[in-house]
Every structure is written in structure tokens, then in C-alpha cells.
Write a protein that binds this ligand. Structure first.
Ligand code: SAH
Ligand code: SF4
Length: 359
């Protein structure tokens, strides 16, 4: 465990790292080689030939248990692989014992990491295993960055020639409820001197935290936006997504419209199909009306069953998709290959808890 005065080196932005070196009497020019080790190589070694002696001394004096800084290196508690071996889901234990999920997905020669942004989630979506756990705490930037570094290391062992180029914030937690840490982490992850995942290859998925959607647009954040909608009327949506009582469907659609106008970017709408709840042709038609004028792509997600929700998968997905497409919207099913393991966020952790495995 770290003392409250200790800070993770992975939490720092490049300029904060340079400042930390200056404070320790080291030239900020050496921030580049340390940053490279932290975020590109994924390991800091005193034998690194790019490290000058003052930098090595600073690391020895300042980084480690009981010192000013520590490194975020979550421990792998469990791993499951998809039947095709291309998708791997990791249960990672953080320094305070909290356990989160990270998924490395591979399909069509592309690799994507799905990261968590919180331990648990405060939004309480009824069908979501993470929502059923409740909120524990926000993740620090370094804890988000460390998930990407872990996925990069694993990918290297699978195929050293492949690079991790895509990232989705669709693991445990609501990214826009942890805005500042998420933005700091994404700045680090997209930095070309580090993991260098292009901002346009990073998708933030939100349940619809309206003020933060507008903030993304006002700040011209370069990432992609996915909005989890799941309902075409206030009643339909708030039965599944309690956060809709705080930020109504009307407010959310208005914010999406503004986001589109300001940024000129397409929004991806996520829709988990649940039999009898949100899968009827009438719902699909209402959705077409609701999204009119927005540059929208609808992503249909088959429901993954969870212990705390009695709903069942819909078999009307193709009809739903047909109506959306006829209404003029691109509509696809979420890529399923290898996702037998990825399932819904929070499911591996929930499953272990049911089996009585303490993490
Ligand atoms: N909090 C964010 C991101 C994490 S959830 C959000 O809600 O968007 C990522 C996606 O997985 C969301 O679209 C969510 O609705 C969906 N999801 C969660 N649990 C699911 C389940 N059991 N079956 C299918 N989709 C699920
Ligand atoms: Fe939270 Fe997203 Fe799960 Fe809803 S679906 S409870 S917002 S993680």
C-alpha cells in the first residue's frame, strides 16, 4: 500500500514528470527517456542505456516503496481466454486490493483494449454486472494507463509485430463520471512518445453524463464518443438506466445534437437489446425519429445475462436493425468474435464473487 503522500509516476503528464525531475535536481531534458521507458517500453530499468547517471540516481532515490513515487503495476488475479484465443480478459488487482477488468480483443487483425475507469459504478444500470456492484472509487490516471501497458505487454507475447492501436472505455465504470483522471490518462496514452494510440482510435462510452458530453465538445477533445441509449422514451430508458432520471432522454439527445454541431463528429449509440423491454419495431421507429438530424451510428449489443437481472436476450435484433437502416442510420451488431470471454463489463468479477473467490 502507498502512503497518501506517495504519487504514481504513471499519474503524471509529461510536463509534470519534467517538473518532478527539476525538483530533484535533474535536467528536464531527461524526462523524454524516462517517459519512453514508462509508456513505450512499459518498464523502468536502471540498466537502461538511455538513462544518464543523474537520472538513475533520481530513480533510485525517488521511486519505490516508501519513496516519493511508485509505479502502477497491477497484479493479474485471473485471466480467461476466448475459444479462438484472440480475446483475453484480465482481472487486475490494484494497490489497495480493488479488482478491475481489462480486455484485450483481437479481430480482423486489429487489436483493441477495453479498459475500466472506476472500481464499480454509481449509475446502476439494471442489466449491468458493474452497476449491480455499486460504486467503490474512481481510478487514478495511472491505473487507467497501466491497463493499456498491460495489454501492450500481452500483445507483444502473442505477436511482437502487432501494435495496440485501438482503445475503448467500455470496461467497469462510467468514464465521464471520472472526467479529469480519464482525460489525463488519455493524454498520456495518445502521446506519440509513449503508447501512441491515435485519439481517433479511442472511444469513450458514456451512459449520458450530459454536462461532460458538452464539456468534451467545448474542449474539442479529439476522442470518439459512444452513448449508451437503450431506450426511446423516458419511461423505457429510465427503467433500464436510472441515470436517465438525472439527465433525461430529452437533455441527452439535445446534448448529442450540440456535440455533433460543435465537433462535426459522428456519435455511436449503444443499444443493449432486451426482449420485451426495448426491442419492438415501435421502439426502433421511435429511435429513428429521435436521432433524426444527428450523424449517428447505432451499435446493437446482445444482452449478456447477469445474476442481478431477470431480462433475456432479444431475438428481434435483425428486424430492429432493418428499421434503423431503412430510417437512414448505419446499424451494426457489436463484433462478437471472441467476445464469449469479454461478455459484459464487470461479469468476470461478479462471477468470481458468486463462486466465493475473494479478490
Ligand atoms: N459506463 C459506460 C461504459 C461501460 S459499459 C457506459 O455505460 O456506456 C459499456 C457498454 O456495455 C454499455 O453500452 C453498456 O450498456 C453495455 N453493457 C453493460 N452490461 C451489459 C450486459 N449485461 N449486456 C450487454 N451490454 C452490457
Ligand atoms: Fe455503469 Fe456503464 Fe454499467 Fe451503466 S452500463 S452501470 S454506466 S458501467
Amino acid at each position: 500500500m502507498s502512503s497518501p503522500s506517495q504519487k504514481s509516476l504513471h499519474d503524471l503528464s509529461f510536463s509534470e514528470l519534467a517538473d518532478a525531475l527539476i525538483a530533484g535536481g535533474v535536467s528536464p531534458h531527461h524526462a523524454k527517456s524516462l517517459w519512453r521507458s514508462l509508456h513505450r517500453e512499459g518498464e523502468v530499468s536502471l540498466t537502461d542505456k538511455n538513462f544518464v547517471t543523474p537520472l538513475k540516481r533520481w530513480i533510485q532515490e525517488s521511486v519505490g516503496e516508501g519513496k516519493t513515487f511508485f509505479l502502477d503495476a497491477p497484479e493479474v488475479v485471473d485471466e480467461i481466454r476466448s475459444s479462438d484465443g484472440l480475446t483475453r480478459k484480465f482481472l487486475l488487482r490494484l494497490r489497495d486490493g480493488q479488482v478491475i477488468e481489462t480486455v484485450l480483443m483481437g479481430y480482423d487483425g486489429r487489436h483493441t483494449v477495453c479498459v475500466s475507469t472506476q472500481a464499480g459504478c454509481a449509475m446502476g444500470c439494471v442489466f449491468c454486472a458493474t452497476g449491480q456492484m455499486g460504486f467503490v472509487r474512481h481510478l487514478r490516471p495511472g491505473e487507467i494507463v497501466a491497463q493499456v501497458l498491460h495489454a501492450r505487454r500481452i500483445l507483444k507475447t502473442i505477436d511482437p509485430k502487432k501494435r495496440l492501436r485501438n482503445m475503448v472505455l467500455m470496461g467497469m465504470g462510467e468514464p465521464l463520471h471520472n472526467y479529469d483522471s480519464v482525460m489525463q490518462a488519455l493524454g498520456t496514452i495518445s502521446d506519440v512518445r509513449g503508447a501512441s494510440i491515435g485519439p481517433s482510435k479511442i472511444a469513450i462510452s458514456t451512459v449520458g453524463v450530459v454536462p461532460s458530453i458538452l464539456r468534451l465538445a467545448e474542449e474539442a477533445q479529439p476522442y470518439r464518443l459512444a452513448v449508451s441509449l437503450h431506450g426511446s422514451t423516458e419511461e423505457e430508458r429510465s427503467a433500464l438506466v436510472p441515470a436517465s432520471k438525472r439527465w433525461s432522454l430529452e437533455m441527452l439527445i439535445d446534448a448529442c445534437r450540440k456535440y455533433g454541431e460543435i465537433t462535426g463528429k459522428r456519435i455511436f449509440f449503444e443499444w443493449t437489446l432486451i426482449a420485451g423491454k426495448n426491442d419492438s419495431p415501435e421502439t426502433a421507429k421511435r429511435l429513428v425519429e429521435l436521432l433524426k438530424g444527428i450523424d449517428a451510428h447505432v451499435n446493437l449489443i446482445p444482452l449478456n445475462p447477469t445474476g442481478g437481472f431477470a431480462g433475456v436476450q432479444s431475438d428481434s435484433g435483425h428486424e430492429f436493425q432493418r428499421i434503423l437502416r431503412e430510417g437512414g442510420f448505419p446499424c451494426t451488431f457489436r463484433q462478437r468474435r471472441g467476445i464469449d470471454v469479454a461478455a459484459g463489463c464487470g461479469m468476470l468479477k461478479a462471477e468470481k464473487r458468486e463462486r466465493g473467490v475473494t479478490c
